[in-house]
Design a protein around this ligand. Structure first.
Ligand code: F6P
Length: 349
């Protein structure tokens, strides 16, 4: 069978492990011909972005971050004749099935293309861990460990200087990295997109902590977190770097850490500094957990292709890999459940 594989959206550690698994099982067990589609959906719209992937092309990539297929945020539904061009390319290369590795945007496109008659299987990736239907996306564990290590490091310097340190992590719609790294790193306050946090509460918690003899505090904030000055204020703030929308309608987030640090310093009188982790969270080698999850996802994805399970995504349920309909996945994002929020709050202040 001729199978195309692509990676779309923001990259994350583990993408290469999926590609390797698809190629190894596809060629080794099914005698498939695997075609690498470069730069996400763009590779099926523009010429010259499709190349065969052999066993040697995927040798030595398991532990490497990024994606050998590169990525883009191209939305074929926003490109003139985008879907027609995709169909023409699939026909030209005799591609019978597609494996699309991506987050909510890439999987959303995959779901629509499936409705349009294209045989596609999805693989959920994102450091944000916000894809519904799977317990975990690969890439999240790596980002979580990087953020936790950063918080540990920030801790010692915060303590040495009697400072409040604000650590900004990624997380557009969901604060999984913030809440789990915050719990793991012993943060004193965590701000997430799921819940509006009042600056007055943050300042009171920090003052209370300092009054009981602690001279430093760690605040972890997700880039998509929303703040208000107090419960009485009407104005809700989310800090964006660029209002220009990408082809999936997202603004560029980032920078809330700076805003927050000014407000905390003004509200408490304590010296406050900021660390923005940014793309460091997405780069580099995947953890062992992400390598194993990505490998299992890739192996199951090529099995789904051969079992005709199109229109589905591979998903982690407990310890098992199971199919979830792409139509279910695109309807919502996976936000943090209340139990985890309650657990984090026990340690606030
Ligand atoms: O992939 C999700 C994500 O990590 C978000 O948390 C973040 O807002 C976004 O990617 C930024 O990606 P880029 O700047 O590459 O578009």
């Amino acid at each position: 069978m001729k199978v195309g594989v692509l990676t779309g959206g923001g990259d994350c550690p583990g993408l290469n492990a999926v590609i390797r698994a698809v190629v190894r099982k596809g060629i080794g067990n099914y005698n498939d011909e695997i075609l690498g589609i470069y730069e996400g959906w763009k590779g099926l719209i523009k010429e010259g972005l499709i190349k065969p992937l052999g066993l040697n092309d995927v040798s030595g990539i398991l532990h490497r971050g990024g994606t050998i297929l590169r990525s883009s945020r191209t939305n074929p539904f926003k490109v003139e004749r985008g879907v027609e061009l995709i169909k023409e390319t699939l026909k030209k290369y005799n591609i019978e099935a597609l494996i699309a590795i991506g987050g909510e945007d890439t999987l959303g496109v995959a779901a629509k293309l499936y409705q349009d008659g294209i045989s596609v299987v999805g693989v959920p990736k994102t450091i944000d861990n916000d894809v519904i239907g799977t317990d975990r996306t690969f890439g999240f564990d790596t980002a979580l460990n990087i953020a936790t290590e950063a918080i540990d490091r920030v801790h010692t310097t915060a303590e040495a200087h009697n400072r409040v340190m604000v650590v900004e992590v990624m997380g557009r719609h969901a604060g999984w990295i913030a809440i789990e790294s915050g719990i793991a790193g012993g943060a004193d306050i965590i701000l997430i997109p799921e819940k509006i946090t009042y600056v007055s509460d943050i300042c009171n918690l920090i003052k209370r902590r300092h009054m009981r003899g602690k001279d430093f505090s760690i605040v972890v904030v997700a880039e998509g977190a929303k703040i208000k000055m107090s419960p009485e204020s009407n104005e809700e703030e989310q800090v964006v770097q660029d209002m220009k929308l990408d082809s999936f309608g997202h603004v560029r987030l980032g920078g809330i850490g700076y805003k927050l640090s000014e407000l905390i310093e003004a509200g408490t009188g304590y010296e406050t500094r900021v660390v923005i982790l940014g793309y460091v969270q997405r780069g580099g080698s995947p953890t062992a957990f992400d390598r194993v999850l990505a490998t299992r996802f890739g192996v199951h994805a090529i099995d789904y292709v051969h079992n005709g399970k199109f229109g589905y995504m591979v998903a982690l349920h407990g310890t098992k890999i199971e199919p979830v309909a792409l139509s279910e996945v695109v309807a919502r994002t996976k936000t943090i459940d209340q139990e985890l929020i309650d657990t984090a709050e026990v340690f606030f202040g």
